[in-house]
Ligand binder design. Structure first.
Ligand code: ADP
Length: 422
């Protein structure tokens, strides 16, 4: 197969978010969970997104996994490459955005790329290099309390500079407003100064289209899913992608549905509360898990009984104070691992009980669930809410999955998603 765009994403829901953008712009897109095993038949696609779970692992591991993904994408003939991370620039003080971007640049024999996590449709905008979530600076948003990657500095130039030994420059919105030619010139000027990275301001989808056009010849682009908005048009302009193509068709996957939520993001907490108004729910207790209680068995017994009456909700999601209390007792990583493992076990049990449609909230949580289910890849279908499409699995049994990154989706997201499942 020959693909046009090859992308590497640092978490599973982020990969789906990117794939969703590409599909909406007319690129048939397949998402793979890691480089595919040899012998796996990858369906024909214009773009392939390889999803990793590399956001919070040690930088050396993130680099190794990203380079392996790059190698597969190069082998599949990709012309351009994309490193996708979260629209809130989620990273630890060590990375992995800077280290992975540097490694990919080196492997591609390049010395310049952009970093643009902006996603205006979801309220993420960048102004003078400062990232906003809605009207709040990143560091004043709910992201300051994230269980794994608390973001306490809104200056992306500063955050990225701390993760790379190469220079980080800025192309601000005044330049972006003057069009893609001037943006390209600004890239060239920063490159001439020896900078390897440019944070690029974007306040609107129009800005993203301008930046996308300016990146037509850039071998590697890094950013959120928003910046991918302008890339398919480059391929269309070059005659490599047909105009008006429908890229979001999925096979029908009938069967019972369920919702698993391991995200503690503000949007998810509201979604959990909303679904609880009309559906019964089961809350996992991390302290009971730590004490060795069979929460997985208890949740499954409860959920399987509920299935006949409609989709059940199983959640670990909790308010920041409760999350902190659990982390103080167990440690951040252990609390997260215990709950992710429990969600993974519950997902397996639900599928064994006949569930075929699963909504999962949380990036890390989705990663754990997809790994436990042994899913190698998914086809990307129609969008439910910005950044979240329905997908169907490539292997057997065929499942419909909606993998939702923490902060995405309207309040009624869970039931809305199940109502429009394929
Ligand atoms: P998001 O997409 O919102 O970032 P993730 O699933 O990526 O969600 O991350 C949330 C992390 O928090 C997971 O590791 C999850 O297991 C953990 N977590 C969920 N609920 C709790 C809780 N009540 N206490 C501590 N950690 C929790």
């Amino acid at each position: 197969m020959t693909i046009l765009l090859g992308a590497i994403a640092d978490d599973y829901t982020g990969a789906t978010d990117l794939a969703n953008t590409l599909v909406r712009q007319g690129m048939r897109t397949v998402q793979l969970f890691g480089p595919p095993p040899s012998g796996m038949r990858v369906p024909e696609a214009d773009a392939v997104v390889i999803a990793l779970k590399s956001r919070t692992i040690p930088p050396a591991d993130a680099i190794a996994q990203s380079l392996a993904a790059l190698e597969w994408l190069q082998g599949a003939g990709a012309e351009q490459f994309f490193f996708k991370y979260c629209s809130t620039f989620d990273s630890t003080p060590q990375g992995n955005i800077g280290p992975v971007a540097d490694a990919l640049l080196a492997a591609l024999n390049q010395d310049f790329t952009i970093a643009c996590p902006a996603f205006p449709e979801n309220g993420r905008t960048i102004c003078y290099g400062y990232l906003f979530v809605g009207a709040q600076l990143l560091s004043e948003s709910g992201m300051r309390n994230h269980p794994l990657t608390p973001m306490t500095d809104s200056s992306l130039v500063r955050v990225l500079a701390a993760q790379t030994s190469h220079g980080v420059g800025l192309v601000d919105h005044r330049t972006v407003a003057t069009g893609s030619k001037r943006v390209r010139e600004a890239f060239a000027a920063l490159q001439a100064e020896g900078k390897h990275h440019a944070i690029v301001d974007a306040l609107s989808d129009g800005d993203l289209l301008t930046i996308g056009a300016a990146c037509a010849d850039m071998k590697l682009i890094t950013g959120g899913s928003g910046i991918a908005l302008g890339l398919p048009e480059n391929f269309r302009r070059a005659g490599k992608l047909p105009a008006g193509a429908v890229a979001d068709q999925l096979p029908a996957v009938p069967g019972p549905g369920a919702v698993l939520s391991g995200s503690c993001s503000q949007a998810t907490l509201a979604q959990v509360a909303f679904m609880q108004q009309s559906r019964p729910s089961f809350q996992l207790d991390v302290m009971k898990l730590a004490a060795g209680e069979d929460q997985v068995g208890a949740a499954l017994d409860w959920a399987i009984e509920q299935l006949a009456h409609g989709p059940p909700l199983i959640y670990a999601s909790a308010a920041p104070a409760d999350v902190r209390a659990a982390q103080d007792k167990l440690g951040r990583a252990r609390a997260g691992d215990l709950l992710e493992a429990a969600m993974a076990g519950i997902a397996k049990g639900l599928i064994a009980a006949g569930v075929r449609r699963l909504v999962v909230a949380g990036g890390e949580t989705s990663g754990a669930v997809v790994q436990a289910l042994g899913v190698d890849g998914i086809r990307i279908g129609p969008q439910i809410d910005p950044g979240v499409p329905w997908t169907t699995t490539l292997g057997q049994p065929e499942l419909a999955l909606a993998l939702k990154s923490g902060n995405f989706g309207v309040e009624e997201f869970f039931l809305k998603a199940l109502d429009c499942a394929p």
